[in-house]
Design a protein around this ligand. Structure first.
Ligand SMILES: [Zn+2]
Length: 182
């Protein structure tokens, strides 16, 4: 897995997607139960990678580390310390690539977990440096313990999984309005 420095937002989005599979976000239910699901998650974000069953535990450990980094920024911990932690993840396999448009490329094709750590670590690093710590947020849905990095242009994202948490909040608000109206 490799990712160009200029494309950090894809790495941050992948980090958010990975964080959003954790039992903490799903009221105790693990959403990353097989190596094939890791592959599906990567493919959904445009990355090629093949996870082995033996690597699944390491991917979950990486997910916990990414969540810890996001939480530290959300909680207002010093960004510098967080940047150091994300950098440790991101240092794998830094090379100059990009063909006609040379760019620093992070990642590794040697091992899935190393490549994933580099890509997501670089994503968090790029996001905090290019967009700022305020783009790291807890999910605004009261029932959700998710967290995410907002790499959208407008920067107004409120939910870790907009289709799910955002819709559930809208439905609840709609029901409340109907109750108060009726
Ligand atoms: Zn959420």
């Amino acid at each position: 897995m490799q990712l160009a420095l200029s494309d950090y937002s894809r790495g941050a989005e992948l980090a958010t997607a990975l964080i959003s599979t954790a039992p903490r976000v799903w009221h105790g239910v693990e959403k990353l139960t097989s190596a094939a699901e890791v592959d599906d998650l990567l493919a959904a974000h445009g990355f090629a990678g093949s996870c082995t069953p033996a690597e699944l535990g390491d991917v979950r450990d990486l997910r916990a580390e990414l969540r810890a980094i996001v939480d530290e920024i959300v909680d207002g911990e010093g960004v510098d310390a967080v940047v150091r932690r994300a950098s440790t993840l991101a240092t794998g396999g830094l090379t100059l690539g990009g063909g006609d448009r040379p760019d620093w490329v992070f990642g590794s094709d040697a091992g899935l977990v190393d490549g994933l750590a580099a890509v997501t670590g670089m994503g968090l690093l790029g996001a905090v440096r290019a967009l700022g710590a305020q783009r790291f947020r807890a999910c605004a849905a009261a029932f959700c313990e998710g967290a995410f990095v907002d790499v959208s242009r407008a920067g107004r994202r409120r939910y870790c999984m907009p289709d799910l948490c955002g819709n559930r909040v809208n439905v609840a608000a709609h029901r409340a309005r109907r109750r108060s109206a009726g």
